[in-house]
Design a binder for this molecule. Sequence first.
Ligand code: ADP
Ligand code: ZN
Ligand code: ZN
Length: 749
Amino acid sequence: DSVSTQARPQDATSSPFQVLKVALPSPLRRLFDYLPTRQPPACGWVVGLRVRVPFGRREVVGVVAELANGSELPRTKLRAISEVLDDAPLPNDWQWLCHFAARYYQHSLGDTMQLAMPARLRQGHPMGGRMQTLWLPLSRGDELSLQRAPKQAELYALLCQHPHGLASRAVTAHGFTREQLLALQKKGFAQPQETTLAATPPAGGNLLASPSLPLNREQASALAVLHEKLENYHPCLLEGVTGSGKTEIYLQLIEALAAKGKQSLVLVPEIGLTPQTLARFKSRFRVPVMALHSGLTDLERLDVWEAAANGRALVIIGTRSAIFTPLKNPGAIIVDEEHDGSYKQHDGLRYNARDLAVARAHYHNIPLLLGSATPSFESLQQALSGTYRHLRLTQRPSRHPPARLELIDLRHQRRQGGLLPGAITAIKNTLKAGKQALVFINRRGFAPTLACHSCGWIAECGQCDSRMTLHRQPPLLACHHCDSRRALPDACPECGSGDLRALGSGTERTEETLQGLFPNVTVHRIDRDSTRKKESFEQILKEIQRGEPCLLVGTQMLAKGHHLPHVTLVVVVNADGGLYAADFRAMEHSAQLLEQVAGRAGRAAHPGRVLVQTLHPDDPHLGQLAEHGYGALARSLLEERRIAKLPPFCFMALLRFESPNEEAAISLAQQAALALREWLTMVNLAVRCLGPVPAPMERRQNRYHIHIMLAADKRSQRHTAANWLVQWLEANRDARKVRWSIDIDPQTL
Ligand code: ADP
Ligand code: ZN
Ligand code: ZN
């Protein structure tokens, strides 16, 4: 166990003494010993208390993780905690999840807890950020006695319409005074209650603000399966084609649980938490729906956290980190677009919120619903093998099946802005029919790079093994890996020639070409550059939804989740990114992306068409995707993974070593691999150790990246080996000079 330290009093003669083992913000995988203050808090010394402690020369906020009698250090060497910050421990389910995540991902418990709590708590602020007073009616049975004070009688009647309480502000908004409230309280007809601001109580009576949709047959049978087991751990994969009405099933599951007073936690991808999605949930329910997204202030975040912890928020929607929201009455966890890469955190605690959702649902013994049109191979395999219930939606309510992909051959053909003549004709026809077309290109900027036509010089990043992207708006060269920038050269830095040319196409170039071809039509470009301002993406989406004929050019920001009812044509500029990449998951990820992009076409009343440009029209995987869809391709790729013993048929851990000094990184990785192999042989553990090898892009931001991969048939074997290696590295002197990190269940190399 990497997170706990054993208490072994060294001096047997001294009597044991009480020690608090505290998890602190530190990458070290251990706890720190402190003495309690003389005065214990009202709840006594318990694990989960948030405390402030001296740490070196600073004071930091930590969480009591264990209680012990004695320490490895003599009592005189220990310092006392400075302050207990709360009068009760942090929620149990939250503590459990932190312990679980720290252990599973081989991370420090202290750092895990810091990440998992709202910033306000991390900074040592008190709970209960903003309070408001709610006024509750009290029934005394002699209401007639109020008749002599008609205003008070009126106010009492108003409170009775809100049995869960009415905020002071709402009372004054109805034209009543504070004096009238206090008078009612004095007579025993009303009672104030302090509550956090986020916790607007349920309106009482009907849960729904707008009626749920009548389900089609497939939806109804999926929901019936969910209803079978509302009280137990019940993992389900909802595999439903794009636009098949998965969200409606989430809403009706939430409704069933809310009726029992139970909370639902809904995870959505980063890009998914647009006001559009949120509005759909909020407009359905009268019970409090709360969202955790990047637009919140720290105080608002704390409010939502507390409302979830005290059970007042019945529906909590959030992106990745929302998985750490405590729940008072957990009812279900729902993960929308469960395959989405944004559920995986790529630094620090490299957790996957989808996987933590599985563990958490199991811990709470509640249903788990994973939804996707393009399920991850991990989840699909669990469903196919019967570990998860497999629910499927194959039809769209709109009755137009998702369009199949039409592959068109990029070889030997002239292109304009990356587009083949056939694609341009199709765009023209779409506009003529009064519809919208979406052009998907997974490269922002004007062109992937700039080259000299005389000597062959190519604009390369000085700090990475990569080329610099040419941008026109504003004009510059930028590296998309380290963000370094350079002015555009007027002449070739090698030979002085002025014949510099843009190679290939990015979103800016395709936008420019389309605008030139269709001068009377609006071309919306959607990528990280064009949507830097917070609202601009929303505004563009709103405009698109108005339905005027227009063109959209964008990166994968456009591919996910959005309902674009007027788009009937999708053009994929280049499908070949994932076909021959080094990463064995590349095909899975690009098939997901292609299917999701294709799913934007023809979602409403009109059928859609999807054109996919490729240099490899004969590639069997692409062919299968085009002809039979993601589900079929995924099942045959899964067979290939089974034969090759790759995930999900094995469990991996990736050790990353990085240093400005290439030798140092390689040397440590070699020592580590050697030590691990010796140990594996010694203990006879069936774990494969691959590498060290340079990362696919070895030099990034002038740092060298070296990898070691562990692979095991069993999760527990992988855990044992990874744990051993982490401890070896923590104890190794050289390891302090090289930055290293461990990635359990890595998603990318
Ligand atoms: P998904 O989440 O699978 O992409 P959505 O839930 O967004 O699909 O549904 C796509 C569209 O179909 C939405 O406009 C939704 O309102 C509509 N829809 C879903 N279920 C039904 C139904 N049972 N009857 C009519 N329309 C439905
Ligand atoms: Zn040149
Ligand atoms: Zn760079």
